[in-house]
Structure formats: structure tokens, C-alpha cells
Design a binder for this molecule. Structure first.
Ligand SMILES: Nc1ncnc2c1ncn2[C@@H]1O[C@H](COP(=O)(O)OP(=O)(O)OP(=O)(O)O)[C@@H](O)[C@H]1O
Ligand SMILES: [Mg+2]
Length: 479
């Protein structure tokens, strides 16, 4: 018996000696080999798989988008199920963002599979060369565990589901922004807080429904656009007289789709290259707006010049070649070298496809002045005429401004609106409450007076032979 123990003792001692010698000659390979064997042994008994999603990733240790999406995804279910939370204020939102507390574990069920999420952190190793004492930094990460029989499901479906849902939550929670490029070659932004919606927008109901349907089809059309091989973007041209609600419609679109707005001031863009740069800086889920496109640049000049060359009449050609005088306040545009082809490229070129889910909106008061190439379908897919105020539109404004849906004066207003061209802006101004003592009836009567005087103006114009009925009426408001 004693002999056996002696043999065992010397055996163990020899093994240890061998181990130390091996460690001395193969310090790295041995540790790695042992770790691998122990992992294999563990995985043989442990049926679970583990994923980590670190907060910072990549060479430059950028904040990982996946981490943000997982955080948003879990914050949605956190508020229902977790018991301890971390509360943060989002970067660009006033809403508190809940995330799971340090020792919390959340279960999630997906297509019959159960997974577990937890938020963890590990200390970052201090650089040995650092001579001063830095505080211990911890890197956070999400830890996902699940049974290995769900491996395919988690990798192929569940993770994409989490990222998709998480991004959607981020979009809903964020404070939407209104960007502009004035006085800078970069976008600056302010919170977008315009209250206009399709409910408050005054226009014929059928037209409104058609536009809403079009926007919904666009928003849900990612797969469709991919199938037909078209970049996921859509162009709208809004045209009509001043005050018919073009800008109001853009705000309603942005509120409906939950998109940001990039209000592009073309006169502030110095070159086509800068225009492209600005485009690349825009994000998805946004509306890029160019207001009053006909005034922004002399976009038709290069095409017209080509046509003029072939004209026979030299005198007329000289006259046409003379640069048109710039409207007051627009002298700056001379500095801009954006050309029509630069703009066409911006709308339709290869770069325009990057990012996807963008709507482009041009507005103009003079659609006839625009180059056909600029507004052809494919660039400006949907042309929307913003009309003068009809009775249907008036009813929306009356409800907005006076809270009245039916009134005996409405009949008179309906008849007058059929004869007079008046913009929704002018109707809204007549209905607006400007002092406490003006009641609803007085405001409606005020509108009737305005409509009657507009009608008289039109009739006078027709009698003098100067009014074709197409000119804008000067509305003299009688308060
Ligand atoms: N269709 C409309 N529905 C609701 N409000 C409207 C409508 N049209 C005009 N308004 C009111 O009139 C004001 C001016 O409208 P808006 O700025 O949208 O006109 P616009 O067509 O963009 O004019 P412009 O061509 O001069 O830019 C808005 O603030 C809004 O209150
Ligand atoms: Mg406008």
C-alpha cells in the first residue's frame, strides 16, 4: 500500500515537472491548447450558446449601432417586465429612456424559442505604458444566451428582428429635426415642431386620401422598390399660387411619416460637388425640400442656350442672352455654381440611391417655368396641384379656426367660393380669432365680406377687359 502511494506521489511529481518544462518552452501554445480543451469539455455538458453585443466596436471604437438597436429593443420590453431600470435622457429627445439595470435578466420568446438577455460590463485593461493612474473604465455589452437547438433561428431571424424593431423604436422616440444649409456647407438643425397634419390641411378630401395612400405605399415599399430595381425614393412636385398650403403640406407629410426635413437652400450651395456632399450627409427617413425651385437658380439657362444657338434671328438671340435681372434679395445666387445637370444628378444620379427611404419635394408657384427634364416622372413622380380654396377645404379651415362644422352662413360661403378664387391662407386669416370679443358668427360674416369684395374686384377686372379670372385677387380684408 505504502509502495503504491510512493509510486503515485512520484508520478504526480514527474507530471508537474513535465508541465513546468512544457510551460517554459511553449508558454503561449500550451495555455491556448488547455483553454480550448476545457472549452470543448464545457460545451459538451453546457447546451447553451452565448452572444455578446459590445457598446463600442471597430477599429476606431465607434459606438456600435447594433448595441443601440438592442438597447432600444430591450427598453420597449423592459418597461413591462424588468424590476430594476437604468433611466437616461436620450441624446436628442426629452423622453426618458429605460434600459435594464445591472443585475437584471430579461427573457424573450420568439417563434417558440426562449432567449435570455442581460446587460454586463468588463473592466478595460489599463495600458502598461501609462505612468499616471487613470480611473478604471468599464465597457458595457449585452449578453444573449439561448439553447443551441435554436442556433439557426437566432442567427437567421431573431437577431434581424431585434435590430429592425430596435431601429423602429429609436425612430419613434427621437426628436425629429429640421435641417438647413443656410450660411454653411453643412447641415445645421433645430427641433422640428410644426403642428400641421393631414387632418388640419385644407384640400379636397379625395385628393388628400390619394396623397396619404401614395405616402403609405412609399413607406411600406422597401421590398417592392428592390424588386423593380428602383432606388427607394420618391419625388413630389407641389405647385400652386402663394398661400395654397405647399409648405403646410410638407410639414403634414413629415408628421404623417415621422420623417426629418432637410430644407435645402440651393442659392447657398456653391457647386455641384457641394450639393452632392450635402446629399450624402442626409439620412434615411427624411424629406428633402427645395422651396420655390423656379426662383432658386436659373436652372433652364444651359438648355435654353443650346436651343438659342440654332435660332436664325440674331437680334432676338442677343436679347434672350442678356442675363435676367435678379429679384431683390437674391443677388447672392451669382456665387452659386449649381447647374441643372448637377441638380438632375442630385435627384436621379447614382448617389441619390444611397441610404434609401427619402422623399424629395419641390415647390413652385410657376410650374410652367421649370425645365421638363427636372419634373419628368421618375424625378418628380407625383405632381400635386395645390388649388384655391373650395367649400370642402373651407369646412376644414372652419373646423380648425372656429370649431364649427355646420352653420347657416355656410350656404352663402359655398356659393361665393364657387365664383371667387381665394387661397386657403386668405380664408384662414379671415377666420382667425384676433381678439377675445369676436365670436364665430362675426368671423364667418367677415369671411363673407372678404369674398364679396373679391368677387366685385373680379367682376370689375372682367368688365375692364383686364381680368381673365386667372390673376390672383388682391383680398382686402375688412375687419
Ligand atoms: N391648404 C391649407 N390648409 C391649411 N392651412 C393652410 C392651407 N394653405 C394655407 N394655409 C395657411 O396659410 C399659411 C400659408 O400657407 P403656406 O405657407 O403653406 O403656403 P404656400 O403655398 O407654401 O405659399 P408660398 O407659395 O408663398 O410659399 C399657413 O401658415 C397656413 O396657416
Ligand atoms: Mg411655401
Amino acid at each position: 500500500m505504502v509502495e503504491k502511494w510512493a509510486w503515485l506521489g512520484s508520478g504526480v511529481a514527474s507530471c508537474m515537472l513535465l508541465w513546468e518544462m512544457l510551460k517554459m518552452y511553449f508558454p503561449h501554445q500550451l495555455g491556448f491548447y488547455v483553454a480550448r480543451c476545457s472549452r470543448r469539455l464545457l460545451s459538451f455538458f453546457d447546451p447553451y450558446l452565448y452572444f455578446t453585443i459590445p457598446e463600442f466596436a471597430g477599429e476606431r471604437m465607434k459606438r456600435s449601432e447594433a448595441y443601440g438597436a438592442v438597447k432600444a429593443y430591450l427598453s420597449a420590453s423592459c418597461s413591462q417586465r424588468a424590476r430594476s431600470f437604468r433611466v437616461e435622457i436620450g441624446e436628442d429627445s426629452d423622453r426618458p429612456l429605460l434600459s435594464m439595470g445591472g443585475h437584471e435578466e430579461l427573457t424573450d420568446d420568439f417563434q417558440g424559442a426562449r432567449v435570455w438577455w442581460s446587460s454586463r460590463s468588463h473592466p478595460v485593461e489599463r495600458s502598461p505604458s501609462s505612468w499616471y493612474q487613470t480611473p478604471q473604465v468599464k465597457r458595457r455589452y449585452y449578453h444573449l444566451s439561448f439553447h443551441k437547438r435554436h442556433r439557426e433561428l437566432v442567427i437567421n431571424s431573431y437577431l434581424s428582428h431585434v435590430l429592425r424593431e430596435g431601429r423602429a423604436v429609436t425612430v419613434t422616440n427621437r426628436q425629429r429635426k429640421l435641417f438647413t444649409n443656410i450660411k454653411s456647407s453643412h447641415w445645421n438643425h433645430v427641433p422640428f415642431e410644426h403642428p400641421s397634419t393631414f387632418d388640419t390641411l385644407a384640400m379636397p378630401l379625395a385628393k388628400k386620401r390619394e396623397i396619404i395612400g401614395d405616402l403609405i405605399a412609399f413607406r411600406n415599399g422597401k421590398d417592392y422598390y428592390a424588386k423593380i430595381g428602383k432606388a427607394w425614393k420618391r419625388g413630389y412636385l407641389l405647385y400652386g399660387p402663394p398661400g395654397t398650403g405647399k409648405s403646410t403640406m410638407i410639414a403634414a407629410m413629415a408628421n404623417f411619416l415621422d420623417y426629418d426635413i432637410y430644407d435645402l437652400e440651393l442659392t447657398a450651395v456653391k457647386s455641384n460637388t457641394e450639393l452632392r456632399k450635402l446629399f450624402i450627409e442626409t439620412t434615411g427617413k427624411s424629406i428633402i425640400v427645395i422651396e420655390d425651385i423656379d426662383c432658386s437658380l436659373d436652372l433652364t439657362s444651359d438648355r435654353k442656350a443650346k436651343k438659342k444657338k440654332s435660332a436664325d434671328d440674331k437680334e432676338t438671340e442677343d436679347k434672350k442672352n442678356a442675363p435676367p435681372p435678379l429679384p431683390p434679395g437674391m443677388e447672392d445666387r451669382e456665387k452659386s455654381k449649381v447647374t441643372l445637370s448637377g441638380l438632375l444628378n442630385f435627384i436621379d444620379g447614382l448617389w441619390s440611391a444611397c441610404g434609401g427611404e427619402r422623399i424629395l419635394v419641390f415647390t413652385t408657384n410657376h410650374v410652367e417655368k421649370l425645365d421638363p427634364a427636372l419634373i419628368r416622372r421618375g424625378r418628380m413622380d407625383k405632381h400635386i396641384e395645390m388649388p384655391y380654396c373650395c367649400f370642402e377645404a373651407f369646412k376644414v379651415l372652419a373646423k380648425n379656426y372656429t370649431d364649427v362644422e355646420e352653420h347657416e352662413i355656410f350656404g352663402q360661403i359655398k356659393e361665393l367660393l364657387e365664383e371667387v378664387k381665394i387661397t386657403p391662407a386668405d380664408v384662414a386669416e379671415s377666420l382667425m380669432q384676433k381678439s377675445e370679443d369676436k365670436g364665430v358668427v362675426e368671423r364667418l360674416e367677415n369671411l363673407v365680406r372678404v369674398l364679396k369684395s373679391a368677387k366685385e374686384e373680379t367682376e370689375k377686372g372682367v368688365a375692364n377687359g383686364s381680368g381673365s379670372g386667372e390673376e390672383e385677387e388682391e383680398i382686402v380684408e375688412d375687419n
